[in-house]
Design a protein around this ligand. Sequence first.
Ligand code: SF4
Length: 184
Amino acid sequence: MIQLPLLILSLMFIFLLAILLKLRHRRKALAVPEGREIYEDLQSKGRILKSVELGITGKPDMIIRKGKDIIPYEYKSTNASSPRDGHLYQMFAYFAILEENYPGLSIPYGVLKYREAAFRVHNSAENRRKLISILDEMRNSDGYVVRNHSNRGKCFRCSFREVCRQSLIKPSGNPHPDDPHSRT
Ligand code: SF4
């Protein structure tokens, strides 16, 4: 007859295995890259990461480490058949931020996951040039980059809010005086 402690151990093992399989299945469905999760902001609890050099901030939904590779992961609840421009620039900003925060490690690509599709965005010199170019435009132009919304929350979460002259949030994190929704 099977002994009680052995039975309890077997049940615990089966229970843990079921949890592990469920987690693995969930990660696969969400296209989370393989590796160790070292940062998580899916519930907005991650710390703000900065690139001092470029003056931008960001909070990827997740950061995965696999060996010497660091992979940012961003989840969008909308659908898209190809990566949207704004989301690509957000990923380019993450690359720059992570390069500064994880010196000596490499950031080969990031994953942009929409509701149904996932895309691998490569970290290249060309994408960094595009990022620097749009940051210059944001810093130096009042008219070229035109805000197409009045959503303060969007600006608050935006990596470019410190450099964007149209941001509804002041660098301090307070609403911008031009914001029609500002209560200050
Ligand atoms: S700070 Fe606001 S206006 Fe500027 S790019 Fe970001 S979301 Fe757009």
